[in-house]
Design a binder for this molecule. Structure first.
Ligand SMILES: NC(=O)c1ccc[n+]([C@@H]2O[C@H](COP(=O)([O-])OP(=O)(O)OC[C@H]3O[C@@H](n4cnc5c(N)ncnc54)[C@H](O)[C@@H]3O)[C@@H](O)[C@H]2O)c1
Length: 261
């Protein structure tokens, strides 16, 4: 990001890719609004940022609830007067086939991963429209494009996120707002590290098992994704909107090793 002291609101910034984005944006001079539904994790991110000399604010919010999204946008404007960047990152997983999924599973997954993204954008957009400027970066997924067997709810929602990216870009280009998405593939975030730990696998073992993944021979790191988010949010991408950037170490090209738990 190149604008002077911009304000970046990042959902799901208490862990994983969201936290890596928060750290990166803070390092680049942004004031960061850390949004997460888990208070301890969100506060830990803020502590990390402020220890590095940045300005940061935590707002507890569940993005599946529209009023809570309005609350984080209001808090950002009250504290810092503007919203330059929204990273709509918060997401959950539901595993299992369409045959196995219940109506409750669909509601929960779509509530966070699709409606939550739309509510986050709806909350931030009015301020960006007033400013006649803003950048939104959504986090999609490579597997929304490639397909796979075991996460159809998640992948369908992520495909929806890419559609939302294009619709919002088409609607708000005239307002000076750019909307893009980053599509990560398997990235070693807190989610995967905790999941592996529950099965007795250490982060080092998890990395080792995924040697050979994709074309570059490794899984992604949260910082790999944050770098792409920062690019799309910043002025170097000022003529890019309605696009999604696949950041997957070549995974989607094919003939690659799949992730291993
Ligand atoms: N890690 C991967 O392999 C990968 C791959 C493709 C896409 N993604 C996407 O990247 C994003 C981040 O994933 P991650 O791996 O860093 O996840 P993570 O589970 O490590 O971190 C997610 C963070 O979001 C927060 N969160 C979850 N639901 C929320 C809600 N309803 N409201 C507010 N905060 C909420 C969690 O508390 C957590 O702090 C997600 O959208 C995910 O779908 C991840």
């Amino acid at each position: 990001m190149n604008a002077e002291c911009p304000v970046a609101v990042i959902t799901g910034a208490g862990a994983g890719i969201g936290r890596a984005c928060a750290v990166r944006f803070a390092r680049e001079g942004a004031r960061v609004v850390v949004v997460d539904r888990t208070e301890a994790d969100g506060r830990e991110t803020v502590a990390l940022l402020t220890a590095g000399g940045a300005e940061a604010l935590f707002v507890r919010a569940d993005v599946a609830a529209e009023d809570q999204c309005r609350r984080f946008a209001r808090a950002a404007v009250e504290a810092y007067g503007r919203i330059d960047v929204l990273v709509a990152n918060a997401g959950i997983r539901v595993f299992g086939t369409v045959l196995e999924a219940t109506e409750e599973d669909w509601d929960r997954l779509l509530g966070v991963n699709l409606k939550g993204v739309a509510f986050s954008c709806k909350a931030a957009l009015p301020r960006m429209i007033e400013q006649k400027a803003g950048a939104i970066v959504m986090i999609g997924s490579t597997t929304a494009l490639t397909g796979r067997a075991n996460m159809p709810l998640y992948d369908a929602a992520k495909f929806g996120v890419l559609s939302l990216t294009r619709s919002l870009a088409a609607t708000h280009g005239k307002d000076g707002i750019r909307v893009n998405a980053v599509c990560p593939s398997f990235t070693l975030t807190d989610f995967h590290v905790n999941r592996a730990a529950a099965q007795g696998t250490s982060p080092a073992e998890l990395r080792e098992r995924n040697r050979g993944y994709g074309l570059l021979g490794r899984a992604g790191e949260p910082e790999d994704i944050a770098a792409a988010v920062s690019f799309l949010a910043g002025s170097d991408a000022s003529f890019i909107t309605g696009q999604y950037l696949i950041v997957d170490g070549g995974y989607s090209i094919g003939t690659q090793k799949q992730q291993t738990y």
